[in-house]
Design a protein around this ligand. Structure first.
Ligand SMILES: Nc1ncnc2c1ncn2[C@@H]1O[C@H](COP(=O)(O)OP(=O)(O)OP(=O)(O)O)[C@@H](O)[C@H]1O
Length: 323
């Protein structure tokens, strides 16, 4: 039995740097002096635009990529020096088709993985059945994976990640492509993992998902930690920067909208079509009212994108946006 640090954080990353060589140019820094601590039983969101460094971090934690400098540990075990003892503590769930055998049934896939984890035949069968039940796939256990929907494959990925009974789960975009019902069920599953004291590190572009699931969220950009926050901050950001789209808006009305309190700017996106950006919670409501009272019916609201929220976060910190 390995002496894992039960009292140690589930994940502890200190001053982590990872450079990649680029042809001819200077090395590309994918992670830059990155710090992160995740407690057992914590669901931690890694939020960031494309290329922020999320996958690089997950790869270093899963011992498949070496850091350039700095350290990363799982339950007190260093991912480089103790890689062999770190691996059984981890469950890694990357979405998509990778890692599943399409022609094999769900149960066969899991039994195969159970065998790789050294479980005997009978124990492997028991574990596969238990996990299929847990992720709601028991009724489809004996059907080939190629007949599964994307959401079902994602759930099977999670079951696979749980075969080794890991203490820490790394989930990369786990609900991409899932319908809302499956995504909701998936969130319940993550809740139950937390209740069992497992730590979950979840990468996502989806701010609403991060808000619903996570105990804390780290905003990453250009390999650096911008902020580590309570997820309620996400809800505030989403409502503070809500947007209103409208069509058939005369220029004079657009000017009136621009003068309303909390309206950051009004952009013309086509003839008579506008996108109104707000920077104060509740500011979308008077915009909607003004539009509707003026007889505009083609109106909708939308949350800001992750990229827009990032621009605001970076602006607040006075940081430069990296290329
Ligand atoms: N093998 C590699 N060689 C060179 N550069 C790399 C390599 N892997 C990653 N990078 C670079 O490191 C940076 C971080 O990439 P990473 O894949 O970690 O981002 P990410 O946050 O996971 O993005 P996404 O949301 O698109 O998956 C990017 O600039 C990327 O181009």
């Amino acid at each position: 039995m390995s002496h894992i640090g039960i009292d140690a954080p589930a994940v502890e990353v200190r001053a982590l740097v990872r450079d990649f060589r680029t042809r001819g140019g200077p090395p590309r820094r994918a992670l830059d002096a990155f710090d992160l601590t995740v407690a057992p039983g914590e669901v931690h969101g890694l939020l960031g635009p494309n290329g922020a460094g999320k996958t690089t971090l997950c790869k270093i934690l899963s011992t498949i990529l070496l850091p350039t400098s700095g350290s990363a540990a799982v339950h007190g075990l260093d991912v480089v020096a103790d890689a062999k003892r770190v691996r059984p503590l981890l469950g890694i769930v990357f979405g998509g088709e990778r890692g599943l055998y399409a022609r094999m049934t769900a149960a066969q896939n899991l039994r195969f993985w159970a065998a790789l984890y050294g479980l005997g035949r009978r124990e492997g069968r028991r574990r596969a059945a238990e996990l299929l039940d847990r992720v709601g796939l028991a009724p489809r256990a004996d059907e080939p994976v190629e007949t599964f929907s994307r959401g079902m494959k994602q759930r099977l990925h999670l079951a696979r990640g749980l075969v080794g009974d890991p203490r820490v789960l790394l989930l990369d975009e786990p609900t991409v492509g899932m319908d809302p019902v499956s995504a909701h069920e998936f969130r319940d599953l993550v809740e139950s993992l937390r209740a069992e004291g497992r730590a979950v590190l979840l990468t996502t572009h989806d701010m609403a998902e991060a808000e619903a699931l996570c105990d804390r969220v780290s905003f990453i950009d250009g390999g650096r930690l911008l902020r580590c926050e309570d997820p309620r901050v996400l809800g505030e950001l989403l409502s503070r920067h809500e947007r209103v789209r409208a069509a058939g808006v005369p220029a004079a009305l657009a000017e009136r909208i621009a003068a309303l309190p909390g309206v950051e700017r009004v952009r013309e996106t086509g003839p008579g079509a506008v996108l109104v950006e707000t920077d104060r919670g509740g500011a979308a409501l008077p915009v909607l009212r003004t539009l509707v009272e003026a007889g505009v019916t083609d109106v909708s609201t939308a949350p800001p994108t992750l990229e827009e929220v990032y621009l605001h976060l970076i602006g607040e910190r006075g940081m430069a946006v990296r290329p």
